[in-house]
Design a protein around this ligand. Structure first.
Ligand SMILES: [Zn+2]
Length: 151
């Protein structure tokens, strides 16, 4: 794979049923995704229903936030991208009821896959990294469809 930091726009759009950002999913977390130079940025504010330890965001939901941002980076080949590997380092406890921003940047990119690194921080203290992650995605050219109730 070749390193390719140049930005590709627009932001990849997730399916409307996405658990992280889907407008048609009543259980979605309300994550918003946007393109940045060379990557993507996701934002969310977790509340009391999202606690693991008292007052702290559940670590699995922070993995969702990482996956949202890392999976939103653009790639010249369109198609569904699937996370094949993710590594997470929880560097500090992440409180609920603060605005979080996850910034993801493409590390490597090739025709069929890409790898991304990302950090989560409070929106008002972006230099203090709470969580960091890296992941690899593969591009599936087949068009995904939501599962029907009868599936
Ligand atoms: Zn999503």
């Amino acid at each position: 794979m070749d390193a390719d930091p140049q930005p590709v726009t627009p932001t990849f759009r997730h399916l409307p049923v996405c658990f992280g950002c889907g407008a048609e999913n009543p259980l979605a977390l309300g994550v918003t995704n946007a393109a940045t130079t060379g990557g993507a940025e996701s934002r969310v504010r977790f509340g009391a229903d999202h606690q693991g330890a008292p007052g702290l965001v559940h670590g699995g939901l922070l993995a969702v936030l990482l996956d949202e941002a890392m999976g939103s980076v653009s790639h010249p080949v369109s198609g569904i991208r699937l996370t094949t590997e993710m590594k997470i380092r929880y560097r500090r406890p992440t409180p609920i009821e603060i605005d979080l921003v996850c910034r993801a940047h493409v590390a490597t990119r090739s025709e069929g896959q890409f790898s991304v690194v990302a950090t989560i921080a409070a929106d008002d203290d972006p230099e203090l990294v709470l969580v960091e992650g890296e992941a690899t995605f593969v591009l599936a050219r087949a068009k995904a469809r939501p599962l029907e109730a009868s599936d």
